[in-house]
Every structure is written in C-alpha cells, then in structure tokens.
Write a protein that binds this ligand. Structure first.
Ligand SMILES: [Zn+2]
Ligand SMILES: [Zn+2]
Length: 364
C-alpha cells in the first residue's frame, strides 16, 4: 500500500514527507495505523550521525490502531489500541526473564534499520528504506514486529500516548524500574525536559518526600513545582548548587536523576548524593564524562547508565496508562501537538526549548 512517510535521504539533512510503498505484515508482524508519534532527541542523534543507514524513516514513539495482524501473532487483533516501543528478540535469556531492555539482539534489531528477517517493509522506487526502532513511525502506517507492541486501554486518548514508548518510559520507567524509588526518600532531578518531567511525576507517585528540580528555565521550574517538586534550584542563579541540596536534605539525596548528559550536572548529582545514594544517567549524549571515584567512595554511591528505564514495557506502559486515567501522570501538561507537515518545526521547537515534548499527529 502507498503511505506517507518522513524520509531522511541525507545524513544531517531535513526529512521529506513523501509517498512510499509499505508491504504486508509477515507472520509475526502487525500493520498499525499511526495516530501520533513523539519527537525524541534520539531521532535527531540518528539524523546527525547516520547511525541507521539512509534512506531511513525515523520516529520511534508511535501510538496507533491495529489494522491487520500476521498469522502467528498472538494476543492482538484488528482495532486494538497499541503503543509502539523497541523491538526485542523474545527468545534470549533477558527477554524471557522480563529484561528486554538488555536483549542480546537489542542493537541490531533497533538500529540496523531492518526487521527481524533482515529486510525492510518500506520501499521507494524499488529501493529499501530503513526504519528506526523497528517502527519508523513518522509515517501514516507502520508494520512492526509483535514484540514492539503494547496493548492499551481504549479509554485513554491514543494520540496522547504517542510519547510514552520511549521518552516517558525512559524517565518514569527509571524511577519505577532501575531506581525503584521508595517512599519518604529524597531525589534530585537535573535538567527539565520531557524525560525528566516524567521522572518527577513518577517520583511523586512513589511518595518521595523531597523532590528537588535543578534547571535554569524559570517557566520549567514553575511547572516542576506544579507537578510535584518540593524544591527548585535555578543553577544559573545559584553559586553553590550542591550546598543548596545539602541544606535541603541534610546528608544528601537518596536518588539523583540526570537527563542532561552535561558534565556539570553529573558532578552536582554525584556530589549531592548522600549515603548509599544512587545516580541514574539517562541522557543519550555521545561524549565522555569524567568522574572522581574517590569522591564517591565514602558514601558508597552507585552510578548507573540506564536504557529505557530498565523496566519491561509490558509492565510499565499499562501501569503508566492507569496512572494517566487516575490523573496522577498528567503528561498532557508536557505535550504539544503538531501536524505531520510541521514535523521539522516540532524538532526545532524542542531544540530551542519552546516545547517540552512535541507529538506529531498523523493526518486521518
Ligand atoms: Zn532478547
Ligand atoms: Zn527516544
């Protein structure tokens, strides 16, 4: 079938919305009509590095409605509302023990541009077009492997969920999964973007007593207070960020969360950690950072780099949807919708800090 997709023909270039051909789903695959897809910094990383070969259709936070199901697919049917996440092999020791985020085949399945059989379902003028995360959901339709799908409640606006399969999972998932944040504890959250805001909301859900947001944008600090931060620190206007956190917490934080990837923020996160403090780095920056192990030793600090929250999406996404229904996870305060034709504007607005989480709506 002919579909519309945003095709990247040139590393570092602009995506072009064009007609491409989409093949039928194979036995283990499903055809999804995409309703909305979040814009994530990782899409830009792939655009700039060419890590997935071109031509490629980016977009890895799709949400939509199933139109067709392959013959071997179990548990899904036409009309189901689904959130798309990453692909996993479903057979390795990690996939079979609810740890698909460290699947043996995670890299090739999500960044080779191909489906499990090594081919792509999208072609243009007879040439294969790659997809990112096994979905390429900056498109009106997508054929995905069944491992990529999470069924969600039809009561929740499916367009709103077009940001949950990666960005919000990376943030809130880290709180519920990797850090497993406990009630009556303290956390500092460094840099406020979509990922961090979702972490902040999750920390509130977990009953954190002290939630400190560290950021420079006054509007975002204001929103952090509205969403559950108990303290905010504008690092641009604060001489001693670590000292401020110590004043608030006494011996330092139980948890720290950084999505900025910036050396200065990671330094603060480590130095402001208290005894047995745990620091989660979630930002996908490519550069090296420096740490001083000696400075971490006496408090026995653990530093972890986290992929997709280190939580099974089959657990996280339905749970997050439940919290949305209960009004505890108000992601609508972070999202702004854009038309498909305005995809590049959505990226620009995210980069310039005008929009926290852009979500692109597909034409009906
Ligand atoms: Zn696996
Ligand atoms: Zn992402």
């Amino acid at each position: 079938m002919k579909i519309k997709a945003a095709v990247l023909h040139e590393v570092g270039g602009q995506m072009q919305i064009e007609y491409v051909d989409l093949a039928e789903p194979k036995a283990n695959e499903v055809l999804v009509k995409i309703v909305a897809t979040g814009v994530c910094h990782t899409d830009n990383l792939i655009r700039q590095t060419g890590m997935v070969g071109i031509p490629v259709v980016l977009g890895h936070e799709g949400a939509g409605i199933i139109e067709k199901v392959g013959s071997d697919v179990k548990g899904f049917e036409e009309g189901d509302h689904v959130v798309l996440t990453y692909v996993s092999c479903e057979t390795c020791k990690y996939c079979t023990t609810k740890m698909p985020y460290v699947c043996d085949n995670y890299g090739p399945l999500n960044t080779s541009g191909k489906m499990k059989d090594g081919t792509s379902r999208i072609t243009q003028n007879g040439q294969e077009v790659n997809v990112f995360f096994g979905q390429g959901s900056f498109a009106t339709y997508s054929v995905v492997d069944q491992s990529n799908l999470i069924k969600v409640d039809k009561d929740v606006d499916i367009a709103m969920l077009g940001a949950i399969g990666c960005g919000f999972q990376a943030g809130a998932g880290t709180i519920f999964g990797y850090l497993d944040v406990q009630p009556n504890t303290s956390i500092a959250i460094f840099g406020l973007g979509g990922v961090s805001f979702s972490a902040l909301m999750a920390a509130k859900i977990r009953g954190c007593k002290t939630i400190i947001a560290v950021e420079f944008n006054p509007e975002r600090l204001e929103l952090a207070l509205e969403l559950g931060a108990t303290h905010v620190i504008n690092w641009k206007e604060t001489e001693d960020v670590v000292g401020e956190i110590m004043k608030i917490t006494g011996r330092g934080t139980d948890y720290a969360f950084d999505s900025s990837g910036a050396q200065s923020m990671i330094d603060y996160a480590i130095k402001a950690s208290g005894p047995m403090g745990r620091v989660a780095l979630v930002g996908g920056s490519l550069g090296n950072i420096e740490i001083n192990p000696m400075g971490m030793m006496f408090n026995n600090i653990t530093l972890g780099v986290v992929n997709e929250g280190a939580i099974d999406p089959h657990d996280f996404i339905p749970q997050a949807v439940q919290y949305i229904k209960e009004g505890k996870f108000p992601i609508e305060k972070l999202e702004k919708f854009y038309e498909f034709d305005d995809l590049e504007k959505a990226f620009k607005d995210q980069k310039e800090g005008k929009t926290i989480k852009p979500v692109v709506r597909m034409p009906i």
